[in-house]
Ligand binder design. Sequence first.
Ligand code: T4K
Length: 416
Amino acid sequence: MAESIPKTKDNPQPPERAAGHLALLAGAPAFSEPLHVGRPNIGNRQDFEDRVRDILDRRWLTNGGRYVDEFERRIAGYSGVEHCILMSNATMALELAIRALGLSQEVIVPSFTFIATAHVLQWQAITPVFCDINPDTHTLDPGQIEKMITPRTTAIVGVHLWGHACDTQAIETIARRHGLKVLYDAAHAFGGSHLGRKIGGFGDCEIFSFHATKFINSFEGGAVVTNHAVLAEKLRMMRNFGFTTYDDVGQLGINAKMTEICAAMGLTSLEAMDEIVAVNRRNWEAYREGLAALPGISLMEYDPTERHNYHYVVLEVDPEIAPLNRDELLAVLHAENVLARRYFWPGCHRMEPYRSLYPDAHVSLPQTERVAERVLTLPTGQAITPEIIRVVCDIIRAATENAQEVRRLMRKTSAA
Ligand code: T4K
């Protein structure tokens, strides 16, 4: 059993609020404490504490160990792949996978993603060639990929954003045609399926994140999953300085090992997986009901024929139709202590070093730019209840119904 949610200041319970009573217009915020988007799911504390005690008793803290081994086996088993190589975080996992696959020169990647996906390439002197997305799925648009391929292209990195799988069939057909490697940043997608198969076994390898803010968390953590034994062996060496035996180093390596305590948290979190999915799904459905029929505001759907972790509640605000645009709505929510986030605005290509290095990248990214201006992610997870969601939805409804007044006040505040 995952822990129940105590009514503490970390899990604020909303007061009753009259519709139209917005903090921006008058009065106190709806929530006395901030409602975060990435509040971690904890799982069974007793099981975690028992594991920590065992780790301390056995004095085996890192460099492999019982819990890392078990977490690796369980991730591989769940994802239906032969090999799982745990790492200190998904950024290191991506970086090592890119190096182990021998990528160089140019790699095609979306710009609408967390900055780590681009940084791991640039960090290794590989040019991230930003490719546009499909506005319906927010993942790479296969129709745009071939336009970005040059003789220097070595790979395609797809991102299963929000847990929605990329069009793997189209991507892999293109990759085969041009002799490119394929890897997937599946940081958001653990527990999901695609074409009836578990996410994890697509492309040359896939990368999961187990960061605190993710569906399954190990405080910090990540993994490469793959069916390629040689690649797996190389990655195991690379994450441990390249050691092959106690005394010999067979290749260049680094320290990207996961600790035992992180694996203990990961296992505890994994054991609560079904409950977390159920809560995430319940929350997503509560938002869908609460936000139904609001002009220009839509909740991103999950494909009902596949498995999902329902970890992200993604709102799209169409500025042509909605009475308030995304940023105005964000300001309203923040005034109420609802710390919604505009992931992944403004797109990697609009952040450094990319905006200086590739100032024309935006020309081929019209959908990325459009989507980045519309998206808002809302708080969910085990710290969020349907009662809280009802208040968040009431705030959004009240804001859109009082849009003129909200705008007038915002202008007044920014002029002051
Ligand atoms: N690829 C993709 C597609 C990714 O989204 C990510 C990470 C990666 C690769 C790289 O994975 P890792 O190397 O991190 O394993 C957060 C996470 O730090 C990041 O892991 C995640 N994506 C990204 C989407 O979200 P920030 O900059 O938004 O973090 P921060 O500190 O603002 O926290 C987010 C919210 O969560 C805040 O409202 C506070 C709350 N929070 C956070 C932590 C850490 C808590 O309530 N408790 C906590 O312990 O990046």
